[in-house]
Write a protein that binds this ligand. Structure first.
Ligand SMILES: C[S@@+](CC[C@H](N)C(=O)[O-])C[C@H]1O[C@@H](n2cnc3c(N)ncnc32)[C@H](O)[C@@H]1O
Length: 892
């Protein structure tokens, strides 16, 4: 599909620029009043203001200023700012109320209006075509006759009530506040206000000045590339913006792009009207060193994104049909090394609601300081023009005839102007997806409906735009060919999907696609689509490291304020991958997936022989939870009973992860509570009842013995050959143990540990609380099995407390104790162990154990490269930092 170029005519702004070009001082003065960072008439003087630090007469930290009662700062604008902030706050509160009201109308209220017989029809519907058509038709007919339904959905689809429209007044308000902060040299706050103003600004004049103001704030914050990109944006909208050319010239000089700097300032001189200003600019030009020998670096305009890797040619996959899991992927050859087996761009993506302000709405990477807004609505923000076009298909620009406008300048300068101000190249280098365009009409529904529904809306509109589906969506499910579990869903879920489908189809019809039929066919197909999204969509995640310091902290120093370096997973979006959806789940997966921008990468993590299923984890894994918890999770979230090897064969991790220790202190056996015992017993019986093609007693004992001889494994096999798993009895020596009593004591110990955690979080950890921690750990160790995961978690908390109290030896020992248990549960090479080693390495560095840190870093790098290959350092920026610090410490 071709995208449309958004060409705009600069009416008012063009006039101002022309005035300035022909030397009208009036035009310049008007801009002075409006633009911060371009406060001085001559652009050269602006630099003087920026570079000579002003002694502030009032607090430069905007937050402190806002907290102040204002009595000491009687400049008139102080009260202006407070008023503005209050006004804005009120407006935002009102918006939040409106959204809450809309949410409450839809669909909770609607539910209560549906008569009982209709509720029953919907809740008992199966996924057969006739059944769904009939339930959809009845519900649709009922809702269409209901005034409350019309009220709710019309508010969702009405652009005039939208919370995402542009507002010139708000933009001016925000700009003014940005200017105040800029003047008080609070550049961070100025940056924030300008970015907010850009999101709601509608007209090009304002946009260009906001981009330049933000460029000035970024320049002052030392973010030169970002500042350069903003100058470029201002110039793309207004090629006659003398100050933007000047700022670009300054930045290019600083960045060593002297040739560009020379040309930029030359253009700026040609646009400058006053002789004094021209003279100063000419001096600037002369000050550019050696400009003829240096070239421009155009790639500074692009925001770096990682390309998807290639799959090795020898890797061949096949989709097969399986008895228990439906379709699934298998390997068609031996895959010897951990390697990339599949990469894929998503069919559709939607950003997580919690990341709307922090991540690019297209590629889902963290936003840079110079994020760009959608030109038509105030919701999405992008990291670059390329993402903006791919998502919305538009760019704010001005493709005027520059040959005509700059005819007095030499050809190479005109070419330079064209190069800088043209938007064409962004379009040519970008494949257009336009997944946001249909939401871009100022309507509320994408903000109010859950992510599943917004994703479904994107799928429907993509297929319609590609001409792949009819307007009644009758062939929708064939197009995607994904599995679903509608029939297994709870009655409540079925009702929810019906309501959501009707609301979504209605909103799409009213807000962007009037040809889409609101009928039983489209509704029933959307119900199936939503059920497919439930079991096939993937959460796109990013790993984030918390804690940044690798400083040495002297023993006993209680001033370590930052937590230990550790990793946290953030869910940044939700996506559908058509091939990726064919991979089944295993709690003992042999493939690992991660994301580069929106792209999916799958790697094997072990040798995979020909014909072997390739399976990933949908979340639960052996080592993370016990078998019953994994099974419950998968049934609740994905509506299937797991048939993977991790859930059908005995394994040590499932026996000990929640196990208690034997009352007999010389016995290393494990005692299970009734729920774990029931699940493990069923697993065992299932296994024993299986056809005896192999010596499965041998298999059981081998699995159970494997690597953990001290666990009660041997006693699972009685001399007679019968196997028993009973609750409250040691599996090794048969001693009875009151698990219920132990459970009470364990809870008390955890309450202590939680209190310590609270103290830690409030920065009050000290050496005396550590003894409390140690007592709690001792209780856990006497009651729980030595490989119970609770002990690992408690050890981890104690390590953190020791670290914050400056007790580095303790921190290291407890961290190691935690890792030792996790290795038993997950296996030595699991990525979770890599994550834990990050903590250990940072403790070792902080305590000055450089050779230990170096060894740990080597170990964790090996694990990460198995899971992430060469992308490990791209995905975990701290990894190279950690390696560098560790290498420095051992003088490598
Ligand atoms: C993302 S799809 C995987 C592909 C699917 N098997 C198909 O035929 O299209 C997820 C569905 O596959 C099935 N599935 C995946 N892993 C399974 C497992 N370990 N045990 C049983 N069923 C499984 C379930 O029906 C689940 O809802």
């Amino acid at each position: 599909m071709r995208f449309s170029l958004h060409l705009s005519i600069l009416s008012h702004h063009e006039l101002r620029s022309k005035n300035s070009r022909h030397g009208s001082m009036r035009g310049e003065k008007e801009q002075e009043r409006e633009d911060e960072g371009t406060l001085r008439r001559c652009p050269c003087k602006e630099q003087v203001m920026n570079e000579v630090p002003l002694k502030p007469k009032y607090p430069t930290d905007f937050d402190t200023f806002l907290r102040n009662d204002g009595l000491h700062f009687r400049q008139p604008w102080v009260f202006d700012v407070q008023e503005e902030v209050q006004r804005l706050k009120k407006r935002m509160d009102k918006m939040a109320d409106e959204i809450a009201e809309l949410k409450s109308l839809c669909p909770v209220t609607l539910k209560s209006l549906i008569p009982e017989h209709l509720l029953q029809t919907v809740k008992s519907s199966s996924s057969s075509v006739d059944d769904l058509l009939s339930s959809s038709s009845s519900l649709l007919r009922f809702l269409l006759g209901l005034p409350q339904f019309h009220q709710a959905v019309s508010e969702l689809a009405d652009p005039d009530l939208g919370c995402c429209g542009k507002s010139h007044e708000s933009s001016l308000d925000l700009k003014r506040q940005g200017n105040l902060c800029f003047r008080s040299r609070s550049f961070d706050d100025a940056l924030r206000f300008y970015s907010k103003a850009l999101r709601v600004a509608r007209d090009n004049t304002l946009l260009a000045s906001l981009f330049l103001n933000r460029a000035n704030a970024l320049h002052n914050l030392g973010l030169l590339q970002e500042s350069l990109r903003d100058c470029h944006r201002a110039l793309r909208i207004d090629p006659f913006y003398s100050k933007a050319w000047f700022r670009r010239g300054k930045l290019n000089t600083l960045l060593g792009n002297y040739k560009d700097a020379f040309r930029d300032i030359t253009v700026s001189i040609s646009l400058e009207s006053s002789p004094a200003g021209k003279k100063q600019l000419q001096n600037e030009l002369l000050a550019i060193p050696d400009f003829q020998n240096k070239q421009t670096s155009e790639n500074t305009l692009c925001y770096a994104t990682a390309d998807l890797p290639n799959v090795q040619s020898e890797v061949k996959l096949r989709c097969v049909s399986t008895k228990e899991k439906g379709r699934g992927m298998v390997s068609e050859s031996d895959i010897e090394q951990p390697s990339v087996i599949h990469v894929e761009e998503p069919f559709c993506v939607v950003i997580s609601k919690s990341c709307r302000e922090t991540h690019c709405h297209f590629c889902l990477n963290e936003l840079p300081a110079d994020s760009v807004p959608c030109p038509s609505c105030s919701v999405p923000v992008y990291c670059s023009e390329s993402c903006q076009i791919q998502s919305g298909g538009m760019l704010s620009t001005n493709e005027m005839d520059k040959n005509q406008s700059f005819q007095n300048l030499p050809d190479d300068i005109v070419e330079h102007i064209k190069g800088v101000t043209s938007a064409v190249r962004y379009y040519s280098e970008t494949e257009c997806v336009q997944e946001h365009q249909h939401e871009c009409r100022g309507a509320n529904w994408p903000a109010v409906l859950p992510s599943d529904a917004v994703l479904a809306g994107r799928v429907i509109m993509k297929l319609i735009n590609q001409g792949e589906t009819a307007m009644d969506l009758s062939n929708l499910h064939e197009k995607l060919d994904l599995s679903h579990s509608y029939s297994k869903m709870s009655p409540e879920n079925k009702l929810e999907l019906h309501l959501l489908s009707i609301v979504l189809i209605w909103c799409l019809n009213k807000s962007c696609c009037p040809d889409l039929s609101v009928c039983e066919a489209s509704v029933s197909q959307t119900i199936i689509l939503l059920s497919q999204i439930k079991v096939n969509s993937m959460a796109i995640v990013r790993m984030k490291s918390s804690g940044v310091s690798f400083k040495c902290i002297p023993a006993g120093n209680v001033s370590a304020k930052e937590p230990i370096q550790s990793l946290e997973q953030i869910r940044v979006g939700q996506a559908l991958y058509k091939i990726g959806s064919l991979f089944n789940h295993s709690c003992k997966p042999n493939i690992h997936l991660y994301f580069l921008s929106r792209g999916l990468v799958m790697r094997t993590t072990e040798f995979v022989p020909l014909g072997c299923p390739l399976e990933l984890s949908y979340g639960p894994e052996v080592g993370k939870w016990d078998c019953k918890d994994r099974i419950r999770f998968l049934e609740e979230e994905y509506f299937f009973h797991c048939r993977c090897c991790g859930c059908s064969q005995m394994n040590i991790s499932d026996l000990v992860i929640n196990g208690y220790c034997c009352v007999n202190s010389s016995c290393t056996g494990v005692v299970l509570d009734s729920s774990v015992a029931a699940c493990e017993s069923e697993k065992l019986n299932h296994f024993l009842a299986a056809p005896k093609s192999l010596d499965h007693h041998f298999l059981v004992s081998e699995k159970v013995y494997a690597g953990v001889s001290e666990v009660a494994s041997s006693l699972l096999i009685k001399p007679s050959g019968s196997l028993h798993i009973k609750a409250d009895k040691c599996l090794k020596c048969g001693s009875r143990c009151e698990v219920e009593n132990s459970h009470v004591e364990v809870n008390k110990a955890w309450n202590h540990l939680r209190r310590v955690e609270e103290l830690m979080n409030s920065g009050r950890a000290n050496i005396s609380v550590l003894s409390d921690c140690l007592r709690s750990i001792a209780v856990l160790r006497t009651l729980l099995h030595m490989y119970n995961k609770d002990i690992a978690d408690a050890e981890d908390k104690v390590a953190q407390a020791c670290y914050l109290a400056g007790e580095m030896k303790g921190a290291r020992e407890h961290c190691e104790a935690s890792i030792k248990i996790l290795k038993r549960l997950y296996g030595d090479e699991h990525v979770v162990i890599g994550n834990e080693l990050v903590k250990l390495a940072s403790i070792q560095l902080a305590s000055g154990d450089s050779s230990g840190a170096w060894e740990t870093t080597k170990r964790l790098s090996q694990i990460f490269s198995k899971y992430y290959g060469s992308h490990a350092e791209t995905l975990f920026s701290y990894l190279s930092c950690l390696k560098l610090e560790a290498a420095k410490a051992v003088n490598l």
